[in-house]
Design a protein around this ligand. Structure first.
Ligand code: SF4
Length: 120
């Protein structure tokens, strides 16, 4: 059984699964890692996720792997800002979300914190 970040891929690789099922399963696996402590039900945007129409694996590249294919899809996605806000607000640390890598998101979070401190 193949495991990736706590997600069993044997089930999601079965032919009965659609890409949206795969993405939702991968997302659920990520949330199961503990990032969902305060998850709300505001995930309407996932219905329009462009990544659901592609290979979800490219959004979780191996260490050192290219993020370009996923980034390219995110650039065309109509729910990019909602996706990015979701990942930032839930401190999701794996995968490409909203056209940003984990490092990009950490940098964005730091900049937001700094900006809030400046306003205070
Ligand atoms: S921005 Fe990227 S990761 Fe987010 S829903 Fe769209 S395609 Fe998927």
């Amino acid at each position: 059984m193949v495991q990736r970040k706590g997600v069993s891929l044997s089930l999601v690789d079965s032919p009965e699964y659609t890409n949206i099922d795969k993405v939702q399963s991968l997302m659920q696996g990520i949330f199961d890692l503990g990032y969902d402590k305060n998850i709300d039900t505001d995930v309407f945007w996932q219905d329009s996720a462009l990544c659901a129409e592609t290979d979800p694996d490219i959004f979780f590249p191996e260490k050192g792997g290219s993020t370009a294919p996923a980034m390219s899809i995110c650039q065309q996605c109509t729910v990019r800002s909602e996706c990015l806000e979701y990942a930032l607000s839930h401190d999701i640390r794996h995968g490409i979300w909203g056209g940003m890598s984990d490092n990009d998101r950490r940098r964005a979070s730091r900049e937001r914190r700094r900006a809030r401190q400046m306003e205070a």
